[in-house]
Design a protein around this ligand. Structure first.
Ligand code: 4NP
Length: 151
């Protein structure tokens, strides 16, 4: 089983959206035995909180299950246990490289899987307020990521 951890700053907007979009895709493809998906934030500022209302609303409008989510801070242990660490923006990417050991070979950028779209980072809806734009990138990236992981 491969473990995939999506990473953003607060772990309440982007990485929870990626976690549940990916889980939904994995479930629809009957691949639950092959992949375990989770998410975490580099800041830990929202530890123990639920996801942002905008992410929750977007997932609910799409009928994507999102039960039992609690925001958590990224740890060395979670990095070690993960096969893939997928960051939402350049700051997350650089923070993970700087703060955690032995991550360089498993660290990837979400936008690398959405090369059809012209984004270098997944925009943060905490600031933009645009959860639809973020979802468009995340949903495409999750589809391409699953194709990559199945190879
Ligand atoms: P996220 O968005 O990294 O996509 O979860 C943010 C959530 C909270 C904050 C910043 C970004 N914050 O500053 O509290």
């Amino acid at each position: 089983m491969k473990k995939i951890t999506f990473i953003c700053l607060g772990n309440i907007c982007r990485s929870p959206m990626a976690e549940f979009v990916m889980k939904d895709l994995i479930k629809k493809n009957n691949l639950e035995k092959l992949f375990f998906v989770t998410s975490a934030g580099t800041s830990g500022e929202h530890d123990g909180e639920g996801m942002h209302f905008g992410t929750k609303t977007k997932l609910e409008n799409l009928n994507i299950e999102h039960r039992n989510f609690k925001s958590k801070k990224l740890t060395q242990k979670l990095c070690d246990e993960s096969d893939f660490l997928i960051t939402m923006d350049n700051s997350n990417f650089n923070n993970v490289l700087k703060k955690f050991n032995n991550t360089q070979n498993k660290l990837l950028k979400m936008t690398d899987f959405a090369s059809e779209l012209d984004y270098d980072e997944v925009p943060d809806p905490w600031y933009s307020g645009n959860f639809d734009e973020t979802y468009q990138i995340i949903s495409l990236a999750c589809k391409n990521l699953l194709t990559y992981l199945r190879k």
